[in-house]
Design a protein around this ligand. Structure first.
Ligand code: PXG
Ligand code: PLP
Length: 438
């Protein structure tokens, strides 16, 4: 460690000063495990940051990226292309929820969110309905950190330093309702009516003809695994349809098997007009995101622009980067070959049982789960929200298990290759960690 000068790197979403006093350094990885700079093996209970669906350093992805790098390192994506971009898009569309037939590539989930919002507004303008400029997000929503995503996002802490977010944005309330739904297994039974405020409050306040899109995570991941109540997403879909408003699902976390189905859209049987994904798209190996849209959205842009004109003036230097496309093709193939989404579905009952076995332990206020994701919510320590969660996260790390904590909520989301023994170890470790703190 003494060899590493940590001064220059300003770390993202990290308590920099605290971290640099007591660093946690990962140096290699394989399958379900990281190795840290002390030589300890760490069980990955968080799939990296929700992205490593097939486990770490998988050979087919390593080989595909290495081959691509040696063949074509970079190609300009504007007015030029390379074959892997088309292959990656075809593969992604082939496995996408039926009805989403075009894929636009970006570099991350944040870029996917901002791209989706621009597409929504641009779509209405292209059809001569340019008055639809407002966007509706949801409290406790996370759509990345770019200005659009922060604006429709609903995390107060991510907004307060930047009070210059987009105008013309409003928010639904969060569906988190422990008074009625604590210790739910799968989708909570109560709360579909949270969707009604879209019509009764927001569309009454804002003339519906001024609203372009509603964006939600089908399951809110970053803010602590908030699973949609039964019927909630269906009702959002119905209201959006009634008023000609686009529905955007941000599936950056829920895509690629996390909920025990390929997509949340398919799990819940609700088709959005636009879907964003990232993370698992390349198994986390190379940064990449994508926006999937219905044919008619794509076609509206084509119809509105003259032939020879750029239909959608948007894109990034690293859109459809060759290494990312190679990683995506290999990752999607690996998921298919190993039946990983079916595997996640098959493990979810055992995962649920093991998660809920923690019920009744000291400090534990709620346990919720769906597919291979669980949230364990701790009572906040009076006057010190977030402290207990962070300490529990640290105790798990000391015991060799990596998790995510957000406030006082621990999020469990292992790679989909996790074994039952490893599931046991993750929840056992959480139990010990929580028991060891005040
Ligand atoms: N949308 C959703 C739903 C996400 O979960 C993003 C957009 C942004 O993606 P990028 O690739 O720009 O980070 C995300 C990312 C956490 C955590 O603590 C979750 C994310 C990122 C960082 C931390 O759970 N999700
Ligand atoms: N800033 C400058 C000065 C640029 O030239 C570019 C891209 O050409 C960007 C920002 C955007 O970078 P990216 O395309 O990687 O998002």
């Amino acid at each position: 460690m003494s060899a590493i000068d940590m001064d220059a790197f300003w770390m993202p979403f990290t308590a920099n000063r605290q971290f640099k006093r007591a660093p946690r350094m990962l140096v290699s990885a394989d399958g379900m495990y990281y190795r840290d700079d002390q030589g300890r093996q760490i069980l990955d209970g968080s799939a990296g940051l929700w992205c490593v669906a097939a486990g770490h350093n998988r050979q087919p992805i390593v080989d595909a990226v290495a081959r691509q790098l040696a063949t074509l390192d970079y190609a300009p994506p504007f007015q030029m292309a390379h074959p892997k971009a088309f292959e990656a898009a075809s593969r992604l569309v082939a496995m996408a929820p039926k009805g989403l037939s075009k894929a636009f590539f970006v570099g991350s989930g944040s870029e996917a969110a901002d791209t989706a919002l621009k597409m929504a507004i641009g779509y209405h303008r292209a059809r001569g309905d340019g008055g639809r400029v407002k966007l509706i997000g949801r409290e406790r929503g996370y759509h990345g950190v770019n200005f659009g995503g922060v604006s429709v996002g609903g995390i107060a802490g991510n907004r307060k330093l930047f009070p210059v977010a987009l105008p013309c944005v409003d928010h639904l309330r969060s569906t988190h309702d422990l008074a009625r739904n604590a210790f739910s297994r799968g989708q909570p039974a109560r709360g579909a009516e949270f969707a009604d405020e879209l019509e009764q409050r927001l569309l009454t306040l804002h003339d519906p003809s001024t609203v372009a899109a509603v964006i939600v995570e089908p399951m809110a991941g970053s803010t602590g695994v908030l699973i949609p109540p039964q019927g909630y997403l269906q009702r959002l879909r119905e209201i959006c349809d009634k008023y000609g408003i686009l529905l955007i699902f941000d599936e950056v976390i829920t895509g690629f098997g996390r909920l025990g189905a390929d997509w949340a859209a398919n799990k819940f049987g609700v088709l959005p007009d636009i879907l964003t994904c990232a993370k698992g798209l390349t198994n986390g190996a190379v940064p990449m995101g994508a926006v999937l849209v219905k044919q008619e959205i794509h076609d509206a842009f084509m119809a509105a622009a003259a032939d020879g004109a750029i239909e959608f003036p948007h894109g990034y230097t690293y859109s459809a980067h060759p290494l990312a496309c190679a990683a995506a093709v290999a990752a999607l193939e690996l998921y298919r070959e190993e039946h990983l989404f079916e595997r996640a579905a098959g493990l979810s009952a055992a995962f649920e049982e093991r998660a809920h076995a923690l019920r009744g332990r000291r400090h534990i206020k709620d346990i919720r789960n769906l597919g291979l994701v669980a949230g364990v919510e701790l009572e906040s320590r009076p006057g010190a929200p977030g402290k207990r969660g962070y300490e529990a996260f640290l105790k798990c790390w000391e015991r060799g298990v990596l998790l995510r904590c957000t406030g006082d909520i621990l999020a469990v989301s292992p790679p989909l290759i996790v074994s039952e023994d490893e599931i046991e170890r993750i929840f056992h470790t959480i139990g010990e960690a929580v028991a060891s703190i005040e």
